[in-house]
Design a protein around this ligand. Sequence first.
Ligand SMILES: NC(=O)c1ccc[n+]([C@@H]2O[C@H](COP(=O)([O-])OP(=O)(O)OC[C@H]3O[C@@H](n4cnc5c(N)ncnc54)[C@H](OP(=O)(O)O)[C@@H]3O)[C@@H](O)[C@H]2O)c1
Length: 279
Amino acid sequence: MAKVCVITGGGSGMGLETARYIDKDVILVLTGRTVGKLENAKKILEEEGHQVHLIPCDVSSRRDVHELCLLAAGLGTIKTVIHAAGLSPTMADPETIIKVNAVGTKNVNMEFYKYMNDGGVIVDVASSSAYEAPGILVKHQIYEEAEYKEDAFIKHMTGEANLAPDEYNKSGMAYVMSKNFVVWYAQKCAHEYAKKGIRVVSVSPGLIETDMGSKEVEKSEFARKMIDLTCAGRMGTAKELGFALAAIADERNGYLCGIDVLIDGGASTGKKFKEAMKE
Ligand SMILES: NC(=O)c1ccc[n+]([C@@H]2O[C@H](COP(=O)([O-])OP(=O)(O)OC[C@H]3O[C@@H](n4cnc5c(N)ncnc54)[C@H](OP(=O)(O)O)[C@@H]3O)[C@@H](O)[C@H]2O)c1
């Protein structure tokens, strides 16, 4: 049976670049909300020799994700899920960010778990900003509720984000909290899904030069400072992250699971070393 790799957010940025590194005998399923973006990605990938199917889906809708799984499973054995769909602070209000980034990840992992078996892998894309979450707001008992009390989870997470002072910072806090959830949830799933032989790992990119990353750099002083703290003094490229995501998903990486892989160009260690060198 043919192998299938599903890429959420596959129409652009890191999702699209990851697809380019997937073996050409694997059927690619690209998903996202905007059909035009998906069609453009399909054209690029087909020109490079990939087999591509498009299944539009909003990951914040459990029903959409369920349909996506059914259709993808009809194409072959789902071996790989790269869950790159997400919204950044400049793109939406706090509640939408929680629904897409946090609830979307819960929907993707829970639904695909049912359709995947031994040797399968789910890679959830989080963010280095997950590590900026204020300890006092990180409540794992609330995170647990995402699976069985979704409305209460959304209300709680949105309420915490709304404690921030202005619109951009409210969405920023929703982003930070939603990605902190993704890191935690991927680890929880890794330990649960291992009983079916499914590997789960999250990846936390730093600032990456995609439409999303560039918008954040334009808007946020903090983001610009982060670039200065990297070893090379630059943003990462979507191509670099695409390669990393595909390599992490590769079955030869079988021992990589239950952990977050931080790919931030050294920004998080820059405070310790780079600033000390300036003194
Ligand atoms: N770029 C950065 O600096 C950076 C840093 C850390 C983490 N990340 C994370 O990396 C991932 C990929 O981002 P990117 O930089 O490659 O940006 P991107 O090009 O904007 O990719 C995000 C993709 O997610 C899709 N998407 C958004 N909402 C969706 C929804 N509700 N359902 C399904 N698909 C949805 C978008 O397509 P539609 O709008 O058509 O749905 C888009 O193709 C995101 O999870 C982001 O949070 C990015």
